[in-house]
Design a protein around this ligand. Structure first.
Ligand code: ZN
Length: 56
């Protein structure tokens, strides 16, 4: 399972190295409500999930 982070209104950056990340897959409009992003840093290439923060 990939690590999960909350979606923000900022451009997505890698939680490991801080470099911009690209969108790999968009499940935001499905029941999963998540995005899969990958770090653009060739030395990192960290892949992670972004989910909506809890609305409670
Ligand atoms: Zn990275």
């Amino acid at each position: 399972m990939l690590d999960m982070y909350y979606i923000t209104d900022q451009p997505t950056t890698c939680p490991i190295c801080g470099i911009r990340a690209e969108l790999l897959a968009d499940f935001y409009h499905t029941n999963l409500k998540m995005l899969v992003s990958k770090c653009l840093n060739v030395k990192c290439k960290y892949v992670f999930l972004e989910v909506e923060p809890d609305q409670q």
